[in-house]
Design a protein around this ligand. Sequence first.
Ligand code: PLP
Length: 376
Amino acid sequence: MRGLSEKVAAIAPSATIEISNAAKRMAQEGADVISLSIGEPDFDTPLHIKDACIDALRRGETHYAPSTGIPALTAAIAEKVARENAVPANPDEVIVTCGAKDAIYEAMEAVLNPGDEALILDPAWVSYEPCVELAGAVARHHPLSTETFQVDDTLLEAVGSRTKMIVVNSPSNPSGAVLDAASLRLVADICRDHDLYALSDEIYEKLVYGKEHVSLASLDGMAERTITINGFSKAYAMTGWRIGYAVAPRPILRQMEKVQQHTISHPTTFAMFGALAALRGSQDCVEAMRREFERRRDYLIPALHDLGYATAPADGAFYAYVQVDGDDMAIARSWLHDAHVAVTPGTAFYTPGWLRLSYATAMENLEKAVERIARV
Ligand code: PLP
């Protein structure tokens, strides 16, 4: 048989797979494994959102929709980003996608050519690099300070003649850091001075604790060069619905629309009505979930400090990023086998020597996990 795609073959499998497969195997064999490796809210989607989707299904909203999404939703998203994010947008600068992940992939396809480079700030979420590579471009990594997890002048040194895009993610998965005003200003200055695009993944924007989320596209001169990525998975506990979106200048949006037209067409029509209800309805559910995450964070972070671990500033998202002495893969393996606690090694996020612990799980699981970690 002839060889398969070299481009896809070259993409590295996720470093999280070994540990998560081992955790699943142990759980299947009856071990009481506590999983702190979860990347999704443990809450159910709020009822009014489900009801809106069910109503749409009953009404017969079961047909093809416009390729950028149902008009009511693109309009609601344009209003939302103007109102909450200070990002002025027309509905035709919005595309609704199958999750934020799909929006990221389409953005890379829309902007990058073979040989172009995208700068990724480490620690970084696992799918940026593969999306860059699927677009035929090259991912370059730039480490953030592991003291502050903010951007500093060294980012400028990482920009080369082939750099075309900077990828930022605030609040960050995995570090939980929220980029401050100075960091965002630095990124914006570099993008403007070097004529770069920015991809700003703001999927965790609603999950901040005592910090303010600021959209990169709201900074001077940035709306015209930024693709803002967001979605419903984390804020509204809608991971399985697969609804995300991007807001971008019209030329980029038009390119993304072509990718979408010839691949997924658009996300599921009746699911988009659920997302519309999420945006148009009361936001109390978002705040209630945020408060519960904050309560867990306020328990977990000091408990880890009491055990002697240093952590990244856990100002957003739902992850504790914990510094460990030695090989993070080996330590994650030993926590799993000796303490039955599953965590994600920092190697998966291009930062060996760290572990990511998700607090998107019940408080009693966190308490049990801390007791077990203390014993190993
Ligand atoms: N971006 C980040 C930083 C994430 O952590 C995730 C999900 O884990 C996504 C994007 C993808 O979200 P979605 O479920 O909307 O595709």
